[in-house]
Design a binder for this molecule. Structure first.
Ligand code: FRU
Length: 326
C-alpha cells in the first residue's frame, strides 16, 4: 500500500485551457512522479481573477503545505498571495507574477528579455526601418506588461522603427480576429506584427491573409510550443517569421517546491531563458523536442513497468503471508 501523503501542494492556475498550460501541467506531473509522498491539487481559475482569489483562499483553508500560483492578473491576486506568505505558507510564483516581493521563489521566463529579444529581432529583420503593430496579452497580466516594456525598449534603439499601433488581446485567437481588422485598416503602413503569444500571432496572420496583406506583413509571436498546432510548426510553415521561446517550466516549479518543502537550499529567482526561433533553426528545435518527447514516453513506460513489478511483488508477499499463517 502507498504511504500517506507527507506534503500537499496546491496549484492555483489562472487557466488550464490551452496547450501551453497543458504542457506546464504535463511537466509538473512528470516531475511529481518522482515524489510519491506528495499530494498535488490543482484549481483552474478559467481566466477569472476573482475566482482565482477565492480558490487560493480555499487552498489556505485546506491547509496546503505549499502554494504554486500563476496569477491571472497581477494586482487582484497580490493581497491573497501576500496573506498566504505572511501566514508562513511558502509560495512559488510560476510565470505570471503578482506586484509584490512577498513570495518564496519565482520560476519562469524573463518577459522583459522576451520583449527585448522580439524587438531586436524586428530591428534586424526590417533592417532598422518600418512600422510595427503590437498585439498585447491581457491587460494587467505581468507577461503582457513586461513583454511590452522590453519590446518598446529594444525598438527605441532603432530610430527608423515606429510602433504605430497597439491592441490588447486576451491571449486567445478570437480576440485578435475581432479587434485587429479595424486597427489594420487604420494602419495600412504596417510591416510587422508582434503578438504576445503564438495563438494571437496565428490570429494576426489569419486577419492579414483575409485582408490580402499576408505577403506584406510579417508576424512574430511568443511560446514556441512543439506539436501540430504549436509555434514551431507555424514557423516551419512560414505562417510566423519567428517565435520567442517561452518555456512553461512545470518541472522546474515542482523541483523548486520540493527543495523548499525539504528545507534544502534553493534560489529565489529561477529564470528560464528565451531564444529566437526562426527559419534558420526551427528544424533543429523540432528534432530536439521530438527526441525529448520520445524520451519522456520511455520514462513513463519504465514507470508503468516498475509499478507492475511492485504490484506483483506485493501479491506474492500476501501469498507467502497466507501460507506461513496456514
Ligand atoms: C498561456 C499563455 C501563453 C503565454 C503565457 C503568459 O496561458 O497565454 O501563451 O506565453 O500564458 O502568461
Amino acid at each position: 500500500s502507498t504511504p500517506p501523503p507527507k506534503y500537499t501542494i496546491g496549484f492555483s492556475q489562472c487557466t488550464n485551457g490551452d496547450a501551453w498550460r497543458q504542457a506546464m501541467l504535463a511537466g509538473m506531473q512528470k516531475e511529481l512522479s518522482f515524489y510519491p509522498e506528495v499530494r498535488f491539487r490543482i484549481k483552474d481559475a478559467h481566466d477569472d481573477s476573482r475566482l482565482q482569489e477565492k480558490q487560493i483562499r480555499e487552498f489556505l483553508r485546506e491547509k496546503v503545505d505549499l502554494l504554486i500560483v500563476s496569477a491571472n492578473e497581477a494586482e487582484p491576486i497580490t493581497p491573497i498571495v501576500e496573506e498566504a506568505f505572511n501566514r508562513g505558507i511558502p509560495v512559488v510564483i510560476l510565470d505570471r507574477r503578482t506586484t509584490s516581493k512577498l513570495y518564496t521563489a519565482y520560476v519562469g521566463g524573463n518577459n522583459l528579455e522576451v520583449g527585448q529579444a522580439a524587438g531586436n529581432y524586428v530591428g534586424n529583420l526590417l533592417q532598422g526601418r518600418g512600422n510595427v503593430l503590437e498585439v498585447l496579452g491581457a491587460p494587467g497580466a505581468s507577461p503582457a506588461v513586461d513583454r511590452h516594456r522590453g519590446f518598446a525598449q529594444a525598438l527605441a534603439s532603432y530610430p527608423g522603427l515606429h510602433l504605430v499601433a497597439q491592441v490588447h488581446g486576451d491571449w486567445k485567437r478570437p480576440s485578435v480576429m475581432a479587434r485587429l481588422p479595424t486597427i489594420l485598416r487604420q494602419h495600412p503602413e504596417t510591416n510587422l506584427i508582434f503578438a504576445h503569444n503564438d495563438r494571437m500571432a496565428l490570429g494576426a496572420y489569419q486577419v492579414c491573409k483575409k485582408l490580402g496583406l499576408d505577403q506584406r506583413i510579417r508576424v512574430i509571436g511568443v511560446d514556441g510550443l512543439p506539436g501540430p498546432h504549436g509555434g514551431l510548426q507555424f514557423v516551419q510553415d512560414g505562417v510566423l517569421a519567428a517565435t520567442m521561446l517561452y518555456p512553461p517550466g512545470g518541472e522546474e516549479a515542482i523541483r523548486t517546491a520540493m527543495k523548499i518543502l525539504r528545507k534544502e537550499t534553493y534560489e529565489k529567482e529561477n529564470t528560464l531563458s528565451t531564444m529566437v526561433i526562426d527559419s534558420t533553426n526551427v528544424l533543429t528545435m523540432k528534432l530536439q523536442t521530438e527526441k525529448l518527447t520520445s524520451q519522456q514516453q520511455d520514462i513513463q513506460r519504465q514507470q508503468r513497468l516498475l509499478q507492475q513489478q511492485r504490484d506483483t511483488y506485493a501479491s506474492q508477499q500476501t501469498v507467502l503471508y497466507v501460507l506461513a499463517a496456514a
